[in-house]
Design a protein. Sequence first.
Length: 232
Amino acid sequence: MWKALALKEIRECLVIALVALAVSFYLVARNTGWESGTFGLMIESLAQLGGLNFYGRSPDAIPFVASEFIGQLNLVLALFAMTLGFRQSVGESLHGTYPLLLHLPVSRTRLMAAKVTLGLGVYLVCGAVPILVYSLWAATPGTHASPFYWSMTAPVWMAWLAMSCLYLAAFLSGLRPARWYGSRLAPLAAGLPALFVTFGTGLSWWSVLFVTLTIVLLVASIRLVAQERDFG
C-alpha cells in the first residue's frame, strides 16, 4: 500500500519537478557563461512573456556574492514549492480522491505525513541539485576570476531550507475548507516571515531556529486540519 501511495504522489509531482529542474538548470547554464541555444532562447522567451528577466552572467560577477543566480533561483524555488504544495492538497479535492484515500487501512495522520514527506522530499532534492551543480562549478579552478569559499553558499542553502515553509503553507492552504477569497490563503502569510528572517540574517542560529519552529507549527496545523476536516 505504501509503495502504491508513494508512486502515486511521485507521479503527480513529476511534471512540476521536471519543469522546475529544467528552469533551474537553464539558470545555472546562463550564470556559468553558457550561450543560449534553441532551448535557452525558448525558455527565455517564455520567461519574458511571464514578466521575468533571467539575465546571463556578467564576466565580473562573483558566484554567490555578486551574481544574479541566487535571486533568480529563489524565485523559481518559491514558485516550485507553492505549486507542489497546492498540487498535492487541492489536486486531491478537485479529483475527488480524498474519500478513496481515507478508506485505506491507515490513520489520517499517517496518510498526510506520507504525502507531506514525499512532497517535501521532492522539493528538497530538486532544489538542492542546481545549487550543488553551481557550487561545484564555482569551486572548480579556472572557471571564473573570483575567490570562492564554500561558506559563500550558506545563504542560498538557508533560503532553500526556508522555502520548505512555503511548501507546507501551500499544502495547508489547499487542505483547509475555508473560502479562497476568505481566510484560506492565510497560512501563506505564516510562511513568509521565515523567508524574511532568512534573507535578512542569512545562516545563523536565529534563522535556523525560526525556520524550524515555523516548520513545526505548519506541520502541526496540517495534522489538526486533517483530523477535523470533513472530506465527505
